[in-house]
Design a protein around this ligand. Structure first.
Ligand code: ZN
Length: 411
């Protein structure tokens, strides 16, 4: 996705505002002697912004509009270090609501729906974002917030909620609870709008089947408005994002260079019209890819694939960047193996080696299967792993998160 003339003009407006306000990014640009960008090449030379920059600006160093125009703040709760505070103007809040309304509309949700909102309200952007979009759409918001499953189900039945907004894990919990209590016929849900994170196809299928609803992935992050900057359309998994509000790049997380459309990399976002805290080339550390070509749904907004994980999971093997999700995706195409696998990376005789352990039952030729898997990895990722096929049940299972990638190079 090459940045358009109009988007460049919008970036230049943001640069002006950032420099005038003396925010961290404005200073960065001044030091680099940059006051505007005139071409896509210029744009890719702009420095990135990082979560650390945002933390360092605590509490209000990101504020780019004047105090009287700021109507609220939100904050992302970091597990470590200082939180990030994002100031919003009235226009920012309204823009966010417009984007969120679009998301609901994309999912076929109308002003006749009753939207059951379980994400949390407060400093973070989750619950209130779902609420904003719902009210903009004219649907009925049921602002539950998280927890208290008894109450959730009671309200869901009494108010005949038709749309569930939640995380994937809470949707699964509710689905299981509904099944356990035998109350499915009293539940009127038709759609689920699920905050986008990496969740397995298996989990998706369980929620879909138990609740009998259509599921939508909604994308966003507190630093960039919040949830609502993109969502998938009916029948497709890729998410459309609102390129009149954000410009999205996919970069190689190591070199920082843009990758060609279709290739996996890190999502980098520039806000085009945000006033309270504009961000230029913000590194999200989320992994995805641009889905090239037109969407069968006819919507002209560009698309990214479902989130494939975080850059922190990245492994570098024989000079190639590899993500566990890429290996998982390839293994998923082999029906003869189980969902369990293990990846071990070691450094032997001056060379990086990846061993992939997979499980199958005794009915297939282990050697032939391992060759086919190795060839597929080679063709898709660019190096040949050693594939070891073992009997089903041999790989370790865990009730918690199973550790599937073991890097022995640094032990
Ligand atoms: Zn579409």
């Amino acid at each position: 996705m090459i940045i358009s003339e109009q988007q460049l003009a919008q970036v230049n407006d943001r640069i002006k505002a950032l420099e005038a306000s003396g925010s961290f990014y404005g200073k960065k640009l001044k030091e680099a002697g940059i006051s505007n960008v005139s071409s896509p090449e210029d744009f890719t030379k702009l420095p990135f912004s990082e979560k650390k920059d945002l933390r360092d600006a605590y509490p209000l160093g990101l504020m780019t509009a004047s105090e009287e125009d700021i109507v609220r703040i939100h904050s992302s709760s970091g597990t470590t270090g200082k939180p990030v505070i994002i100031p919003y103007t009235a226009k920012d809040v309204d823009d966010w609501a417009i984007m969120f309304k679009r998301c609901y509309e994309m999912a076929g949700i109308t002003n006749m729906d009753r939207i059951h909102i379980t994400p949390g309200y407060g400093l973070w952007t989750a619950g209130i974002g779902f609420q904003l979009g719902c009210e903009k759409l004219g649907a009925m918001a049921i602002p539950m917030g998280p927890g208290n499953t008894d109450k959730q189900l009671e309200m869901m039945m009494a108010l005949k909620s038709t749309v569930l907004c939640s995380t994937s894990s809470y949707a699964l919990l509710l689905a299981e609870e509904i099944k356990k209590r035998g109350i499915k016929d009293k539940i009127h849900l038709k759609k689920g709008v699920i905050g986008s994170e990496r969740w397995s196809d298996k989990m998706r299928e369980s929620i879909k089947n138990e609740l009998g609803i259509e599921l939508y992935d909604i994308y966003g992050l507190t630093e960039i408005y919040g949830p609502g900057i993109g969502i998938n359309c009916p029948g497709e998994t890729a998410m459309h994002y609102w390129d009149d509000y954000i410009y999205l790049e996919i970069i190689d997380p190591v070199t920082g260079e843009n990758v060609p459309d279709g290739e996996l990399g890190e999502i980098v976002i520039t806000t085009l019209v945000k006033e309270g805290a504009p961000l230029i080339r913000y590194r999200t550390h989320d992994l995805s890819r641009i889905v090239p070509g037109e969407c069968p749904c006819g919507c002209k907004h560009p698309r990214i694939d479902v989130i494939m994980g975080r850059t922190d999971d990245m492994m570098k093997i024989k000079g190639v960047n590899v993500f566990p999700s890429q290996i998982e995706e390839i293994l998923g195409t082999f029906t003869e193996i189980s969902s369990e696998y293990q990846i071990r990376i070691s450094h032997l005789d001056g060379k990086d080696t990846m061993r992939i352990y997979v499980e199958t039952n005794g009915s297939v030729d282990f050697n032939e299967l391992s060759k086919r898997i190795a060839e597929k990895v080679k063709s898709k990722i660019g190096f040949t792993p050693i594939v070891k096929v073992v009997e089903i049940g041999v790989l370790p299972r865990s009730e918690k998160k199973t550790k599937r990638v073991i890097d022995e190079r640094y032990d």
